[in-house]
Design a protein around this ligand. Structure first.
Ligand code: URA
Length: 430
């Protein structure tokens, strides 16, 4: 086939066949089709869009471009994905809940980039814990404990990695079929039968409006369904950070509180809601699902799974029971309310950027991070405050990045006269 013909076809609003997408994308992955042709094609896709069938075909081609994990005969495999937020430690809680419920989580997770955190970074707050397991050990642990979590293999959906880098420099990232296929190619290649997607919407998220979030969620569920997987999505608010903590060790501490049944309400409710989606997608009765999911946080079963999982991957399980011994940076600095009133807004993006400024995140792939720094929301939006009362607390190391972080937090904080209407956390389900 002829690449200029394919670019022309998309430029003029035509629809590609599976064979055409395979030729183009696998040719690009092998280095036979150059960047400049794929750049032109990406822009044509950006302007013309893709049909649901084309989007699903593109996803399957990317998923098949490298290694695909074969979870084989592991029972009831499930995966979850969040489109990325601030203070989003849900995976740390939800995955042991699911394994306590008898499902198998054999999952690949990412590291944080820019203002969003990553599950692997959070887990590395446990000294010795490793995201690198041989495939054999990974599968054996998933079978024994029901929970194994590794970093994303470089050979998982390599077409997506290459295309994403090109999209980044050709202004074609924010294109719905390209985002949906990118995310789902990695989920399909990771092998789980049931997938729950947490699509974040708001100031701290990729998708700024509910309408955009819903369209992305529908596109991803459609792709998964066409590929024969059970996929559900929930749309959740990300205007303010989730829970009270942002920053790696701090988030682990909060996750451990939640696994003990004493976590913040928003975080607990989100984990229960996501567990319900997974159980329902896996064919269980929805009516009883919430009570069963919640019970794992109160009877110690989810915590026990988490302890076994940390130990199996080289971490010290004693830290699971003594979270106060995790390394938290010793410096403290508070942001106080300039007037009495109610907390109006705590901008999630500002909190994420503040953690980054303190050294808790990375601007570029591969940079080292400080697990101990972060931000605590002493008050959440809607809570009453007195003048001079502390609203936010920064945990810093020797003042590094403190001035920038304080400015970011001050800019993102508003104190209002009347209590704002409570924000709904779960905005919709798809
Ligand atoms: N996350 C991804 O993995 N891919 C995108 O295109 C956007 C967000």
């Amino acid at each position: 086939f002829n690449v200029p013909d394919l670019i022309r076809k998309k430029r003029d609003g035509g629809e590609h066949s599976h064979a055409e997408l395979e030729g183009l994308i696998l040719g690009y992955t092998r280095g036979e089709v150059p960047d400049y042709q794929i750049s032109a094609w990406l822009m044509a896709v950006y302007l013309r869009g893709m049909t649901p069938q084309e989007t699903a075909d593109l996803t399957l081609v990317m998923a098949g471009s490298g290694d695909q994990l074969d979870l084989g005969d592991l029972p009831r495999t499930v995966d979850k994905h969040s489109t990325g937020g601030v203070g989003d430690k849900t995976s740390l809680i939800l995955t042991p809940m699911l394994s306590a419920l008898g499902l198998t989580v054999a999952k690949m997770s990412g590291r944080g980039l820019a203002h969003t955190g990553g599950t692997i970074d959070k887990l590395e707050s446990f000294p010795g814990w490793t995201p690198e397991l041989s495939e054999e050990r990974f599968l054996a642990q998933a079978r024994e404990i029901g929970l194994a979590l590794v970093g994303q293999s470089r050979d998982l959906a390599p077409a997506d990695g290459k295309l994403y880098a090109l999209r980044d420099v050709t202004a074609t990232v924010d294109c719905l079929p390209l985002i949906a296929s990118s995310i789902m190619s990695k989920k399909l290649a990771s092998g789980a039968h049931t997938v729950v997607l947490d699509v974040k919407v708001g100031a701290g998220a990729f998708m700024q409006t509910l309408e955009d979030g819903r369209a992305l969620a529908r596109a991803m569920v459609d792709i998964g369904t066409r590929a024969g997987r059970q996929v559900r999505a929930v749309l959740t608010d990300m205007d303010a950070p989730l829970g009270h903590m942002a920053g790696n060790s701090l988030e682990v501490q909060e996750a451990l509180d939640t696994l003990r049944g004493t976590g913040p309400e928003d975080l607990t409710e989100l984990c229960v809601a996501l567990a319900v989606e997974v159980l329902a997608a896996a064919g269980e009765d929805e009516g009883e699902a919430a009570a069963r999911a919640r019970a794992t946080l109160h009877d110690g079963s989810a915590l026990e799974k988490f302890r076994a999982f940390v130990a199996a991957q080289g971490g010290d399980p004693a830290l699971v029971d003594e979270p106060g011994h995790l390394d938290v940076a010793p410096g403290r600095s508070d942001i106080t309310a300039p007037a009495a009133g109610f907390v109006g807004r705590i901008d999630a993006l500002g909190v994420g950027r503040a953690v980054l400024a303190l050294g808790g995140g990375r601007e570029r792939k591969g940079e080292a991070i400080d697990h101990g720094v972060g931000v605590e929301l002493l008050k959440k939006p809607g809570e009453a405050v007195d003048r001079g009362e502390a609203v936010l607390r920064l945990y810093h190391r020797d003042g590094r990045g403190l001035d920038t972080a304080r400015r970011l937090l001050e800019d993102g904080l508003s104190i209002v006269d009347t209590a704002p209407a409570p924000e709904k956390l779960i905005l919709d389900r798809v």
